[in-house]
Design a protein around this ligand. Sequence first.
Ligand code: FAD
Ligand code: UQ1
Length: 412
Amino acid sequence: KEHYKVIVLGGGSGGITMSARMKRKLGAENVAVVEPSEMHYYQPIWTLVGAGAKGVASSGRPTASVVPSGVKWVRSRVQEINPDTNTVRTGNGMEISYQYLIVALGLQLHYEKIKGLPEIEDWVKFKIGSNYSVQTVEKTWSALQNFKEGNAVFSFPNTPVKCAGAPQKIMYLTDAYLRKTGKRAKANVVYNTSLPVLFGVKKYADALWEIVKSRDIQVNLRQNLIEVRADKQEAVFENLDNPGETKVFEYEMLHVTPPMGPNPVVKGSLLADEAGWLDVNKETLQHNKYPNVFGIGDCTNLPTSKTAAAVAAQSSILDRTISQVLKNEKPDRKYDGYTSCPLVTNYNTVILAEFDYSGQPLETFPIDQSKERWTMYHMKADVMPHLYWHGLLKGFWGGPGPYRKIMHLGMK
Ligand code: FAD
Ligand code: UQ1
């Protein structure tokens, strides 16, 4: 039976980041990461891929190239976690034991929960796209290009999601594209969201409401996509405030944000909370029942918006927490819930939302970030990918916290 001092489950944003940090702390030979996928994806760029502003190839790199050298890559999926015996079982029949476990298994997409949604191969024919997976993101761009006239319909599910802004970013980009190509007069842009608000933080929601009004975009709250009748190009939404009441929207383009839920391996383990998310301390990221288990990212029950920006801020806290646990000290650095969402509002503008557990803005730059800015678009499109591949994944980027303090010196 193999044994490692630290096993990291999942080789996505959080898993590779923590592998790099654990290698630095403990030496590569003491660290293993379990990840079945041959490719690692930078998901945030899919917003721009779906709108035709970037190619999908730029979003992926081989997992082999992002696993830190010397760290053991177990090319298999985790089947079962047993925190009572400190072991995990993998799909290729291996049992591996650990002293410390870091869970970074992400969340699960549930396209299958939307009745009638056709096979992905047929999405182009049926004018459906979704920026949420590598298999479906280019279909969004096809639907945009094939648009002639009618409704462009966008959904937001009745579940927790990752990057809660992404379902509406593609809507703004669609509006912009249709204007650019002279088709906007023959289009209705319709955003149907399950939420009771346009965005969870008032400062940014106010700015976004101004934008949807000025661009003649129709927003319907508390509407949940439950069925697609692809052959008729109809999308069926349920009114969440009056269950059973449905409304049918004919569409010329449909962007689907799928329902999402906890990773099934986490949900089926002793590490899950009642809803199935990894049950961690919201300040230290240490598991609430198993002190040698830690969590990061989308798989956790941290009550903040699930983003790579949150993963960055969490990684520096978790690094510190683990150092202290290794020394039998009490963890003292506290995660404040920092998360960020670059709200792309056009092909050259972004509103950079940043906030914490309290839902209050926590902005890095000493300017009003609720304004649409081209500098922030440049940051999203051209700077962030480098910060991700060379900063975050190497364990050097722990979020903008320290820079925020410097940039606000003498300003507040
Ligand atoms: P992931 O990066 O998803 O990694 C989970 C990993 O676990 C995957 O590699 C998966 O293969 C692996 N895994 C799953 N099951 C198993 C198993 N059983 N065994 C082993 N491995 C397993 N964030 C931002 O900060 N800014 C943005 O602008 C932004 N935009 C986004 C736009 C879109 C369209 C999407 C989809 C996401 C966006 N995000 C954004 C969110 C960001 O990508 C995620 O929050 C982030 O990647 C979460 O990291 P993670 O490690 O928790 O999960
Ligand atoms: C961030 O740190 C991050 O992770 C690398 C993102 O994901 C791509 C982001 O979108 C953002 C906005 C941040 C925060 C960074 C700055 C400089 C505000």
